[in-house]
Design a protein around this ligand. Structure first.
Ligand code: AMP
Length: 277
């Protein structure tokens, strides 16, 4: 497995690598969800292609300095995990090599990124689009794998690829969960034992609502009650949106998503469920 630590180095290395190259962008602290994305990338790359993983805690997508500072960075473990998962190349730059101190160009998606996490975390999706475009350009990947857990991110990136004619195929992978239903996240390790025990309530609430509720207001009230009853939770948002446009809906007349962002202490977790009409 090769390791590049600057964009220049990555560009040099990728010239000699076999195509197609499939990239898995991550912020590290890899868990089984990331590893499933790497396995998917291997499959898409085929027997002769290249699987690349980027590990970069992108400072410009964080809206809270405390979240950025507390983000776990176990790089040695991550490199071992990438190698074991069959990655051919890891790109692990530092922030100084990714961003000039006077950088002044940002990619903005202005529709799908307005609500949900975009509203709760100002500037977040500008940071995501900017870094993902840079990663695509530096790696020259033909395809990239993203998790459905971050469904708004996936929608925003697909829109960026469409609107900027980027020659990259976007491949989605379903959310990977802990046995108790909690969506795997690099932030889960920061939960206290009590918060960790309470957090599966998010998934339980979404599952229950998907089966029972008819209107968005009812669905959100039911989910809120279940999550709050389990304790330790502060709900950031609970919202029902159209699965395609991500605009709020009042009832499910076409495929919809019920999406939740919940704080446990300082740790913000997201999850969602798809609801068919
Ligand atoms: P992150 O390191 O959190 O930026 O995530 C990197 C990629 O892994 C993104 O495409 C995420 O959507 C994806 N991902 C994170 N957690 C999961 C999960 N539990 N299941 C599937 N994909 C995930």
């Amino acid at each position: 497995m090769e390791i590049a630590t600057s964009g220049q180095e990555l560009r040099r290395m990728t010239k000699a690598l076999k195509r197609p190259m499939v990239l898995v962008p991550t912020m590290g602290a890899l868990h089984a969800g990331h590893l499933a994305l790497i396995a998917k990338a291997r499959e898409v790359a085929g027997p002769h292609g290249t699987t690349a993983v980027s590990i970069f805690v992108n400072p410009i997508q964080f809206d809270r300095a405390s979240d950025l500072a507390a983000y776990p960075r176990p790089l040695e473990d991550d490199l071992r995990a990438c190698e074991a998962a069959g990655a051919d190349l890891v790109f692990a730059p530092d922030a100084a090599s990714m961003y000039a101190p006077d950088r002044s160009v940002t990619v903005t998606e202005s529709l799908l990124s307005r609500g949900l996490c975009g509203a709760a975390r100002p500037g977040h999706f500008d940071g995501v689009c900017t870094v993902v475009l840079k990663l695509f350009l530096l790696s020259g990947c033909e395809a990239a794998v993203f998790g459905e857990k971050d469904f708004q991110q996936l929608a925003v990136i697909r829109r960026m690829v469409r609107d900027l004619d980027l020659p990259v195929e976007i491949v989605a992978h379903p959310t990977v969960r802990e046995p108790d239903g909690l969506a795997m996240s690099s932030r889960n390790v920061r939960l206290s034992p009590e918060q960790r025990a309470a957090a599966p309530a998010i998934r339980r609430a979404l599952l229950q609502v998907a089966e029972t509720s008819s209107t968005a207001a009812e669905a959100c009230a039911t989910a809120r009650a279940i999550i709050e009853a389990s304790g330790h939770a502060r709900i950031d948002y609970l919202e029902m949106v159209d699965a395609e446009t991500l605009q709020p809906v009042e009832r499910v007349t076409s495929p919809a998503l019920l999406a939740a962002a919940v704080f446990y202490g300082d740790v913000r977790l997201i999850d969602h469920i798809r609801i068919e009409p």
